[in-house]
Write a protein that binds this ligand. Structure first.
Ligand SMILES: NC(=O)c1ccc[n+]([C@@H]2O[C@H](COP(=O)([O-])OP(=O)(O)OC[C@H]3O[C@@H](n4cnc5c(N)ncnc54)[C@H](OP(=O)(O)O)[C@@H]3O)[C@@H](O)[C@H]2O)c1
Length: 296
Protein backbone atom coordinates (compact mmCIF):
# COMPACT_ATOMS: atom_id res chain seq x y z
CA UNK A 1 0.00 0.00 0.00
CA UNK A 2 1.41 3.45 -0.86
CA UNK A 3 2.33 5.64 2.06
CA UNK A 4 2.11 9.45 2.08
CA UNK A 5 5.91 9.64 1.95
CA UNK A 6 5.84 8.01 -1.50
CA UNK A 7 4.42 11.22 -2.97
CA UNK A 8 6.13 14.05 -4.70
CA UNK A 9 4.25 16.79 -2.86
CA UNK A 10 1.85 18.81 -4.96
CA UNK A 11 -0.84 21.40 -4.34
CA UNK A 12 -4.26 20.00 -3.45
CA UNK A 13 -7.29 22.26 -3.84
CA UNK A 14 -10.54 21.12 -2.18
CA UNK A 15 -13.92 22.46 -3.24
CA UNK A 16 -15.57 22.20 0.20
CA UNK A 17 -12.88 21.78 2.81
CA UNK A 18 -15.02 20.03 5.42
CA UNK A 19 -14.50 17.00 7.63
CA UNK A 20 -12.95 14.53 5.16
CA UNK A 21 -10.77 17.01 3.28
CA UNK A 22 -9.74 18.63 6.55
CA UNK A 23 -8.35 15.34 7.91
CA UNK A 24 -6.51 14.63 4.68
CA UNK A 25 -5.21 18.19 4.54
CA UNK A 26 -3.51 17.91 7.91
CA UNK A 27 -1.77 14.71 6.83
CA UNK A 28 -0.63 16.12 3.50
CA UNK A 29 0.66 19.37 5.02
CA UNK A 30 2.98 17.29 7.19
CA UNK A 31 4.27 15.63 4.00
CA UNK A 32 5.18 18.96 2.42
CA UNK A 33 2.08 19.44 0.25
CA UNK A 34 0.35 22.75 -0.16
CA UNK A 35 -3.37 22.52 0.55
CA UNK A 36 -6.04 25.06 -0.16
CA UNK A 37 -9.78 25.03 -0.54
CA UNK A 38 -13.13 26.63 0.05
CA UNK A 39 -15.55 27.27 2.86
CA UNK A 40 -18.71 29.39 3.05
CA UNK A 41 -18.02 31.32 6.24
CA UNK A 42 -15.51 33.84 7.58
CA UNK A 43 -15.22 31.66 10.66
CA UNK A 44 -14.32 28.63 8.52
CA UNK A 45 -11.81 30.78 6.68
CA UNK A 46 -9.90 31.74 9.81
CA UNK A 47 -9.91 28.16 11.21
CA UNK A 48 -8.47 26.81 7.96
CA UNK A 49 -5.85 29.54 7.73
CA UNK A 50 -4.73 28.88 11.30
CA UNK A 51 -4.09 25.28 10.21
CA UNK A 52 -1.83 26.46 7.37
CA UNK A 53 -4.43 25.90 4.65
CA UNK A 54 -4.96 28.46 1.90
CA UNK A 55 -8.65 29.20 2.32
CA UNK A 56 -11.12 30.90 -0.02
CA UNK A 57 -14.75 31.87 0.44
CA UNK A 58 -17.08 30.14 -2.02
CA UNK A 59 -20.81 29.34 -2.08
CA UNK A 60 -23.74 30.23 0.13
CA UNK A 61 -23.78 33.90 1.08
CA UNK A 62 -20.04 34.02 0.36
CA UNK A 63 -20.72 34.32 -3.38
CA UNK A 64 -19.61 32.13 -6.21
CA UNK A 65 -16.49 33.69 -7.64
CA UNK A 66 -13.00 32.47 -6.94
CA UNK A 67 -9.80 34.31 -7.81
CA UNK A 68 -8.21 32.50 -10.75
CA UNK A 69 -4.83 32.90 -9.03
CA UNK A 70 -6.03 30.27 -6.57
CA UNK A 71 -5.43 27.60 -9.22
CA UNK A 72 -2.15 28.67 -10.82
CA UNK A 73 -0.08 25.82 -9.32
CA UNK A 74 -2.84 23.39 -8.29
CA UNK A 75 -1.95 19.80 -9.21
CA UNK A 76 -4.85 17.91 -7.58
CA UNK A 77 -8.50 18.75 -6.86
CA UNK A 78 -11.01 17.08 -4.55
CA UNK A 79 -14.66 17.96 -5.11
CA UNK A 80 -16.54 17.64 -1.84
CA UNK A 81 -19.49 20.04 -2.14
CA UNK A 82 -22.84 18.23 -2.29
CA UNK A 83 -24.64 19.15 -5.52
CA UNK A 84 -27.69 21.39 -5.42
CA UNK A 85 -30.66 21.40 -7.76
CA UNK A 86 -28.61 23.26 -10.34
CA UNK A 87 -25.70 20.86 -10.13
CA UNK A 88 -22.26 21.06 -8.57
CA UNK A 89 -21.44 24.70 -7.82
CA UNK A 90 -17.75 24.09 -8.59
CA UNK A 91 -18.73 23.32 -12.18
CA UNK A 92 -21.82 25.41 -12.70
CA UNK A 93 -21.00 28.68 -10.93
CA UNK A 94 -17.51 29.32 -12.20
CA UNK A 95 -16.51 26.66 -14.73
CA UNK A 96 -13.61 28.67 -16.14
CA UNK A 97 -11.36 27.89 -13.14
CA UNK A 98 -10.27 24.82 -15.11
CA UNK A 99 -8.43 26.88 -17.69
CA UNK A 100 -6.57 28.60 -14.83
CA UNK A 101 -5.10 25.31 -13.57
CA UNK A 102 -2.41 24.36 -16.10
CA UNK A 103 -0.68 21.92 -13.73
CA UNK A 104 -3.82 20.01 -12.75
CA UNK A 105 -3.55 16.25 -13.33
CA UNK A 106 -5.89 14.43 -10.88
CA UNK A 107 -9.44 15.07 -9.65
CA UNK A 108 -11.35 13.10 -7.02
CA UNK A 109 -15.11 13.49 -6.86
CA UNK A 110 -16.63 12.52 -3.50
CA UNK A 111 -20.01 10.93 -4.18
CA UNK A 112 -22.41 8.60 -2.35
CA UNK A 113 -23.89 5.11 -2.78
CA UNK A 114 -27.29 6.85 -3.08
CA UNK A 115 -26.63 6.68 -6.83
CA UNK A 116 -27.35 2.93 -6.70
CA UNK A 117 -30.82 3.31 -5.17
CA UNK A 118 -32.35 0.56 -3.08
CA UNK A 119 -30.88 -2.93 -3.64
CA UNK A 120 -32.89 -4.83 -1.01
CA UNK A 121 -29.72 -5.58 0.97
CA UNK A 122 -27.82 -7.12 -1.98
CA UNK A 123 -24.17 -6.44 -2.73
CA UNK A 124 -23.62 -3.69 -5.24
CA UNK A 125 -20.55 -3.41 -7.47
CA UNK A 126 -19.20 -0.33 -9.24
CA UNK A 127 -20.09 -1.80 -12.65
CA UNK A 128 -23.75 -2.26 -11.69
CA UNK A 129 -26.00 0.26 -13.38
CA UNK A 130 -26.87 3.13 -11.07
CA UNK A 131 -30.57 3.52 -10.35
CA UNK A 132 -31.11 6.37 -7.93
CA UNK A 133 -34.39 6.23 -6.04
CA UNK A 134 -34.16 9.74 -4.62
CA UNK A 135 -33.63 13.25 -5.94
CA UNK A 136 -30.46 13.33 -3.84
CA UNK A 137 -29.13 10.22 -5.59
CA UNK A 138 -30.11 11.54 -9.03
CA UNK A 139 -28.29 14.83 -8.39
CA UNK A 140 -25.20 12.90 -7.33
CA UNK A 141 -25.19 10.76 -10.42
CA UNK A 142 -25.52 13.84 -12.62
CA UNK A 143 -22.64 15.49 -10.74
CA UNK A 144 -20.42 12.40 -11.09
CA UNK A 145 -21.01 12.42 -14.84
CA UNK A 146 -20.50 16.16 -15.12
CA UNK A 147 -17.08 15.95 -13.44
CA UNK A 148 -15.90 13.07 -15.60
CA UNK A 149 -17.09 14.68 -18.81
CA UNK A 150 -15.66 18.10 -17.85
CA UNK A 151 -12.17 16.63 -18.28
CA UNK A 152 -12.80 14.25 -21.17
CA UNK A 153 -10.07 14.55 -23.82
CA UNK A 154 -7.65 16.26 -21.42
CA UNK A 155 -4.60 15.04 -19.49
CA UNK A 156 -6.55 15.27 -16.24
CA UNK A 157 -7.94 12.04 -14.80
CA UNK A 158 -11.17 12.18 -12.82
CA UNK A 159 -12.04 9.44 -10.33
CA UNK A 160 -15.37 8.98 -8.55
CA UNK A 161 -15.48 7.78 -4.93
CA UNK A 162 -18.82 6.54 -3.60
CA UNK A 163 -18.38 6.96 0.14
CA UNK A 164 -20.41 5.05 2.69
CA UNK A 165 -21.26 6.56 6.09
CA UNK A 166 -18.24 8.63 7.14
CA UNK A 167 -17.10 8.46 10.75
CA UNK A 168 -13.96 9.23 12.68
CA UNK A 169 -12.66 11.32 15.57
CA UNK A 170 -15.24 13.94 16.53
CA UNK A 171 -17.91 12.32 14.34
CA UNK A 172 -18.83 8.87 15.62
CA UNK A 173 -21.25 6.85 17.74
CA UNK A 174 -18.93 7.60 20.66
CA UNK A 175 -19.45 11.34 20.21
CA UNK A 176 -23.21 10.84 19.77
CA UNK A 177 -23.47 8.84 23.00
CA UNK A 178 -21.33 11.29 24.95
CA UNK A 179 -23.40 14.18 23.61
CA UNK A 180 -26.69 12.44 24.48
CA UNK A 181 -27.63 12.42 20.78
CA UNK A 182 -27.31 8.72 19.92
CA UNK A 183 -30.44 7.12 18.48
CA UNK A 184 -31.09 3.59 17.34
CA UNK A 185 -33.46 3.68 14.37
CA UNK A 186 -35.02 0.26 14.24
CA UNK A 187 -35.77 -0.88 10.70
CA UNK A 188 -35.55 -4.66 10.54
CA UNK A 189 -33.21 -5.84 7.79
CA UNK A 190 -31.77 -2.37 7.11
CA UNK A 191 -27.97 -2.35 6.92
CA UNK A 192 -25.30 -0.07 5.53
CA UNK A 193 -21.53 0.23 5.38
CA UNK A 194 -19.39 2.85 7.03
CA UNK A 195 -15.89 4.14 6.36
CA UNK A 196 -13.35 5.66 8.72
CA UNK A 197 -12.28 9.11 7.54
CA UNK A 198 -8.60 8.15 7.57
CA UNK A 199 -9.26 5.13 5.35
CA UNK A 200 -10.85 7.55 2.86
CA UNK A 201 -7.61 9.53 2.94
CA UNK A 202 -5.58 6.38 2.28
CA UNK A 203 -7.82 5.48 -0.68
CA UNK A 204 -7.60 8.97 -2.18
CA UNK A 205 -3.82 8.96 -1.90
CA UNK A 206 -3.62 5.50 -3.45
CA UNK A 207 -5.71 6.74 -6.38
CA UNK A 208 -3.43 9.74 -6.84
CA UNK A 209 -0.64 7.22 -7.37
CA UNK A 210 -2.71 5.12 -9.76
CA UNK A 211 -4.90 7.50 -11.76
CA UNK A 212 -7.61 5.99 -13.94
CA UNK A 213 -9.88 8.43 -15.71
CA UNK A 214 -13.58 7.76 -15.22
CA UNK A 215 -12.99 4.97 -12.70
CA UNK A 216 -15.54 4.53 -9.92
CA UNK A 217 -14.63 3.18 -6.48
CA UNK A 218 -16.94 2.00 -3.71
CA UNK A 219 -15.36 3.32 -0.52
CA UNK A 220 -16.61 1.29 2.40
CA UNK A 221 -15.63 -1.02 5.22
CA UNK A 222 -16.01 -4.80 5.13
CA UNK A 223 -19.14 -5.13 7.24
CA UNK A 224 -22.50 -3.61 6.46
CA UNK A 225 -24.69 -3.74 9.56
CA UNK A 226 -27.65 -2.05 11.22
CA UNK A 227 -26.96 1.31 12.87
CA UNK A 228 -28.01 -0.18 16.23
CA UNK A 229 -25.04 -2.58 16.23
CA UNK A 230 -22.63 0.35 16.06
CA UNK A 231 -24.34 2.35 18.80
CA UNK A 232 -24.53 -0.71 21.08
CA UNK A 233 -20.86 -1.50 20.54
CA UNK A 234 -19.87 2.11 21.27
CA UNK A 235 -22.04 2.04 24.42
CA UNK A 236 -20.27 -1.14 25.52
CA UNK A 237 -16.87 0.53 25.03
CA UNK A 238 -18.03 3.53 27.07
CA UNK A 239 -19.72 1.35 29.69
CA UNK A 240 -22.99 3.16 29.04
CA UNK A 241 -26.56 1.95 28.49
CA UNK A 242 -27.52 2.17 24.80
CA UNK A 243 -30.69 4.11 23.96
CA UNK A 244 -33.98 2.30 23.38
CA UNK A 245 -34.61 1.55 19.69
CA UNK A 246 -37.08 3.85 17.91
CA UNK A 247 -39.21 2.17 15.22
CA UNK A 248 -38.40 3.64 11.78
CA UNK A 249 -42.06 4.44 11.03
CA UNK A 250 -42.49 6.64 14.11
CA UNK A 251 -38.94 8.13 14.20
CA UNK A 252 -38.59 11.86 13.61
CA UNK A 253 -36.14 12.02 10.73
CA UNK A 254 -35.00 14.70 8.33
CA UNK A 255 -36.06 14.09 4.71
CA UNK A 256 -32.44 13.17 3.96
CA UNK A 257 -32.24 10.67 6.81
CA UNK A 258 -35.61 9.16 5.86
CA UNK A 259 -34.48 8.72 2.26
CA UNK A 260 -31.22 7.20 3.53
CA UNK A 261 -32.98 4.64 5.75
CA UNK A 262 -35.45 3.80 2.96
CA UNK A 263 -32.68 2.14 0.98
CA UNK A 264 -30.61 -0.92 1.80
CA UNK A 265 -27.45 -2.21 0.13
CA UNK A 266 -24.07 -3.72 0.85
CA UNK A 267 -21.09 -2.31 -1.01
CA UNK A 268 -18.69 -4.59 -2.85
CA UNK A 269 -15.23 -3.23 -2.02
CA UNK A 270 -12.93 -5.59 -3.96
CA UNK A 271 -11.84 -2.82 -6.36
CA UNK A 272 -10.19 -0.51 -3.81
CA UNK A 273 -8.10 -3.49 -2.73
CA UNK A 274 -7.28 -5.10 -6.08
CA UNK A 275 -6.72 -1.94 -8.11
CA UNK A 276 -5.54 0.57 -5.54
CA UNK A 277 -3.72 -1.89 -3.28
CA UNK A 278 -5.46 -0.54 -0.19
CA UNK A 279 -5.61 -2.41 3.07
CA UNK A 280 -8.15 -0.78 5.35
CA UNK A 281 -6.84 0.25 8.75
CA UNK A 282 -10.43 -0.01 10.05
CA UNK A 283 -12.12 -2.94 8.27
CA UNK A 284 -15.16 -2.73 10.58
CA UNK A 285 -16.67 -0.20 12.95
CA UNK A 286 -15.16 -2.14 15.85
CA UNK A 287 -11.53 -1.29 14.99
CA UNK A 288 -12.58 2.25 14.11
CA UNK A 289 -14.43 2.94 17.35
CA UNK A 290 -11.73 1.37 19.50
CA UNK A 291 -9.07 3.58 17.91
CA UNK A 292 -11.20 6.69 18.39
CA UNK A 293 -11.53 5.88 22.07
CA UNK A 294 -7.84 5.00 22.47
CA UNK A 295 -6.70 8.24 20.80
CA UNK A 296 -9.09 10.50 22.71
N1 LIG B 1 -21.28 12.25 5.79
C1 LIG B 1 -21.39 11.09 5.17
O1 LIG B 1 -21.57 10.05 5.80
C2 LIG B 1 -21.28 11.06 3.66
C3 LIG B 1 -21.45 9.84 3.01
C4 LIG B 1 -21.27 9.81 1.64
C5 LIG B 1 -20.93 10.95 0.94
N2 LIG B 1 -20.80 12.12 1.59
C6 LIG B 1 -20.42 13.30 0.81
O2 LIG B 1 -19.00 13.29 0.74
C7 LIG B 1 -18.51 14.64 0.76
C8 LIG B 1 -17.58 14.82 1.93
O3 LIG B 1 -18.29 14.57 3.12
P1 LIG B 1 -17.92 15.36 4.47
O4 LIG B 1 -18.80 14.78 5.51
O5 LIG B 1 -16.46 15.39 4.64
O6 LIG B 1 -18.42 16.81 4.08
P2 LIG B 1 -18.64 18.08 5.03
O7 LIG B 1 -17.83 17.99 6.27
O8 LIG B 1 -20.12 18.29 5.18
O9 LIG B 1 -18.04 19.26 4.12
C9 LIG B 1 -18.69 19.72 2.98
C10 LIG B 1 -17.98 20.94 2.47
O10 LIG B 1 -18.75 21.48 1.38
C11 LIG B 1 -19.04 22.84 1.64
N3 LIG B 1 -20.38 23.14 1.11
C12 LIG B 1 -21.56 22.53 1.43
N4 LIG B 1 -22.57 23.05 0.69
C13 LIG B 1 -22.02 24.01 -0.08
C14 LIG B 1 -22.53 24.91 -1.06
N5 LIG B 1 -23.83 24.90 -1.38
N6 LIG B 1 -21.68 25.77 -1.67
C15 LIG B 1 -20.35 25.77 -1.35
N7 LIG B 1 -19.80 24.95 -0.43
C16 LIG B 1 -20.63 24.07 0.19
C17 LIG B 1 -18.97 22.99 3.14
O11 LIG B 1 -18.72 24.36 3.43
P3 LIG B 1 -18.56 24.93 4.94
O12 LIG B 1 -17.11 24.74 5.24
O13 LIG B 1 -18.96 26.33 4.84
O14 LIG B 1 -19.48 24.11 5.78
C18 LIG B 1 -17.83 22.07 3.50
O15 LIG B 1 -16.59 22.72 3.34
C19 LIG B 1 -19.75 15.53 0.77
O16 LIG B 1 -20.12 15.85 -0.54
C20 LIG B 1 -20.80 14.64 1.40
O17 LIG B 1 -22.11 15.02 1.03
C21 LIG B 1 -20.94 12.20 2.93
Amino acid sequence: MPSPSDFVPGHLFCFGLGYTCGRLAKLLLKQGWRVSGTTRSEEGLSVLRQDGIGAWLFGGNAGDMLDKAAFSDVTHVIASIPPGEEGDPALTKQPDWRSSAPLLRWVGYLSTPAVYGDRGGAFVHEDDDPNPGSARGARRLAAERAWVSAFEDTDVSVQVFRLSGIYGPGRSAIDQLRGGKARIIDKPGQVFNRIHVDDIGTILMASIQRPHHGRIYNVADDEACPSGDVIRYAAELLDMEPPEPIPFDSAELSPMARSFYSECKRLDTARIKSELGVELAYPTYREGLRSILDDA
